[in-house]
Write a protein that binds this ligand. Structure first.
Ligand code: SF4
Length: 527
């Protein structure tokens, strides 16, 4: 049985299955998960290498030449294959040429292979050029070592959250020799696919996993090596049923606490200092439907805090923040667990999506539950107040370009952004690009935004540059060189502001109205 090839010091072992991805994902983003979003931008103002250094520094190798940390999804598949007796290793992109010498299969994964996903597509269409992550992935695939290995019979299987994008780039599938694309949760199918490929069988061009094919808890292994920024999955699925989201069709599964702790411990022992709880809504861990279970959430965070001084959440929802705080002071109690002299804040990505009640009712009717969707904008403001009081700093997303969206919907979203103007957060605009458009090689040049969309983008950019600098005051407070690195990002944001103002991309609200926590800033903003 071949379990662990273990890359050797000064040289690489020879796994039969190599898993990898490009630098923008194989990075710890300076130990700040949300800095990874910087790679979804188009490389403007500064040369691309500056963007890469700022947002995706190279991952260092461990003593065996393997990545010290690797993307969580790749780690899960690596663990699944190892458990099935295969010799499989996640490999640094820089070491592909050594790793592929005798490999039979290359497994790749990505969040956004071609920059079609939000927010990359937003940035690509604004600036009419490919984003940092899409460029980086192309360089990864154009590595001559892959072409050489293909000549020797290497099979390539592509998966991950962005697997759907290959259907719009069949020419590249052919050019790079991608044998199979699988879309969906991989644990149930990957061993069979690999077995088939190793035995010389023909792989299906596409495999789409239906929600009914989702793996059970027993089929999901624990990772065996450290994940990027200590990310640990706590649950899968989401019960809210938003129309634009595929996650929601999958069954809800809570990973048992002992397995969560096992992964936290593994990361901790490998020297990973931070810890991220991954879920579509951390506040629903152990809950009943959309009602949080306060005790489970607090226990989860207590356990996490045992293994890291700096715990963040991948996602949380507006409605659960409000419900949890109103009913059981949940957010305040979590803050008592997480915030101390070593951790001043914690972050999460939070979907606001729209400030328009009619659009919210059409596209995400359950998003406000247990409250009525008609209260959506007020719930967002209330949640912002709750977060502000405990120094929870979210990256909030807004979506524009949804089908049936009207101009007044975009204006309502802009009103909501104005109401959040002084709230310490990042608001990321995301555009829905019509799928038909993606077949065009230069789709991002052809995608036209309305004037109102452009104004929304300017507003988000201006808010981001202003609040980004505000956030930076504490963002790197967990390390001795924090002030040095903060100064670098501060300069970056200031340059963006100067250029945005010079080019007419700057936009601030004429006046502020509702404030988080019901406070008025007393500040008037000039357009
Ligand atoms: S709340 Fe988020 S994860 Fe859940 S269905 Fe809606 S968009 Fe998807």
């Amino acid at each position: 049985m071949l379990i662990d090839s273990g890359f050797r010091v000064g040289g690489i072992g020879i796994p039969e299955i190599v898993l990898s991805t490009d630098r923008t994902l194989m990075s710890h983003h300076h130990h700040k998960e949300f800095l990874g979003f910087g790679t979804t931008a188009a490389p403007v103002v500064f040369p691309e290498f500056v963007w890469l250094e700022l947002f995706a520094p190279r991952m260092k190798a461990d003593k065996n030449g393997l990545p010290w940390q690797a993307p969580y999804g790749l780690r899960k598949i690596e663990a699944k294959l190892k458990s099935a007796g295969y010799e499989a290793d996640v490999v640094l992109p820089e070491k592909l040429d050594e790793a592929l010498v005798d490999a039979k299969i290359l497994l790749i994964s990505h969040h956004d292979y071609f920059g079609f996903g939000p927010p990359s597509s937003t940035f690509a269409s604004i600036f009419g050029r490919e984003t940092v992550n899409a460029r980086s992935f192309k360089r990864f695939m154009n590595n001559p070592a892959i072409a050489e290995a293909k000549k020797r019979g290497l099979k390539i299987i592509a998966g991950g959250p962005a697997a759907w994008q290959w259907r719009h780039r069949e020419n590249l599938m052919k050019q790079w020799g991608i044998d199979c694309v699988f879309d969906g949760e991989g644990e149930r199918i990957i061993v069979d696919l690999v077995k088939k490929a190793i035995n010389g069988g023909t792989l299906p061009k596409y495999v789409e996993m239906s929600p009914a094919d989702s793996p059970t808890l027993e089929e999901i292994p624990c990772i065996m090596r450290p994940s990027v920024n200590g990310l640990v999955e706590i649950m899968r699925g989401c019960p809210r049923g938003c129309k634009f989201c595929s996650v929601t069709h999958r069954p809800l599964r809570f990973i048992p606490m002992d397995r969560i702790e096992q992964e936290m411990k593994l990361n901790h022992e490998a020297g990973v200092k931070c810890l991220g709880l991954h879920s579509e809504d951390v506040l629903l861990y152990g809950g009943t439907g959309i009602i949080p279970n306060a005790e489970k959430v607090i226990e989860l965070n207590r356990v996490a805090k045992k293994y890291s001084d700096h715990v963040i959440w991948a996602h949380a929802s507006i409605a659960a923040i409000v419900k949890g705080e109103r009913e059981s002071k949940l957010i305040s109690r979590v803050a008592e667990v997480l915030i101390n002299d070593k951790q001043k804040w914690w972050g999460a990505e939070i979907g606001v999506e729209t400030g328009s009640v009619p659009l919210a009712r059409n596209t995400m009717p359950q998003k406000a539950k247990p409250y009525a969707i008609e209260q959506w904008p007020e719930l967002v403001i209330e949640a912002a107040g709750i977060m502000q009081d405990v120094n929870m700093i979210p990256a909030m997303t807004v979506i524009a370009g949804l089908p049936d969206e009207k101009e007044e919907d975009v204006l309502r979203t802009m009103d909501l952004i104005d109401d959040l103007w002084d709230f310490k957060s990042i608001i990321m605009p995301m555009f829905f690009v019509p799928m038909g458009m993606l077949s065009n090689e230069d789709w991002f040049k052809a995608f036209k935004l309305s004037d109102t969309h452009i104004l929304l983008l300017k507003r988000c950019l201006s808010h981001g540059a202003l609040q980004g600098r505000n956030i930076l005051k504490e963002y790197f407070s967990d390390r001795w060189y924090g002030s040095i690195i903060s100064t670098m990002y501060f300069g970056f944001l200031s340059t963006i502001e100067v250029i945005a103002k010079h080019k007419g991309y700057w936009s601030e609200p004429e006046k502020t109205s509702t404030r988080p926590s019901g406070e008025s800033s007393g500040t008037e903003h000039a357009q």
